[in-house]
Design a protein around this ligand. Sequence first.
Ligand code: 13P
Length: 250
Amino acid sequence: MRKPIIAGNWKMNKTPAEAKALVNELKPLVKEANATVVVCVPAVDIYAVKEAIKGSNIHLGAQNVHFKESGAYTGELSAAMLKEAGVEYVIIGHSERRQYFGETDATVNLRTLAAVKAGLTPIICVGERKEEREAGYTNALVEYQTLIALNGLTEDEIKNVVIAYEPVWAIGTGLTATDEQANETIGVIRAAIARKYGKRVGNAVRIQYGGSMNPKNVKGLMAQPEIDGGLIGGASLKAPDFSQVVNYDK
Ligand code: 13P
């Protein structure tokens, strides 16, 4: 009932020429995908990728968005700029932005509101650090991160949002949450949304898993009932790997 969504997060990788080459290699490999396919690319690659994906089933995403419409915010991009450039999805609150660039739950909320208002679909990242899991705070933390991020959206808007559960300890480490851990925590996120906004909303929102997802572990993760897709870092940088993740059900 929820259409799976597999998104690549290229992070700070690929020049425009490299981006074009990767997308051109990817297009034929994912054209039969049953999942929604997204690539979230560095801002300078947006134009090249938009041209390269024309006529394909690949959707274009960005990796961040500012919350103001315009103004003196050197280095930032507004939601309207991204929208006009052809972007459909935008990652918000990735743990690398929280860790290295001072992103907070409050700014994640502001960015989410700005993205939705401009017609972009946010991919909101939540997840615990290793010490938070070990201390038993995972559920409370992801509930809090999720509900703050969504605060101020309507129920219909929330239904269209994508959430990515990315345990920080599993990102780029080769460590993956077990299928059961990922399923359980995503279930906790969905239940929190359902408690606040109703079951219909909780059942509609798509929640991805992210953190060392790859061709080997994708099948097990995607077999879990709560997991609606993946946000893929390292394995999204090679067309054969990413296409195998996208085609996990083939
Ligand atoms: P890796 O797949 O490289 O662990 O990265 C996950 C991630 O952070 C996606 O946003």
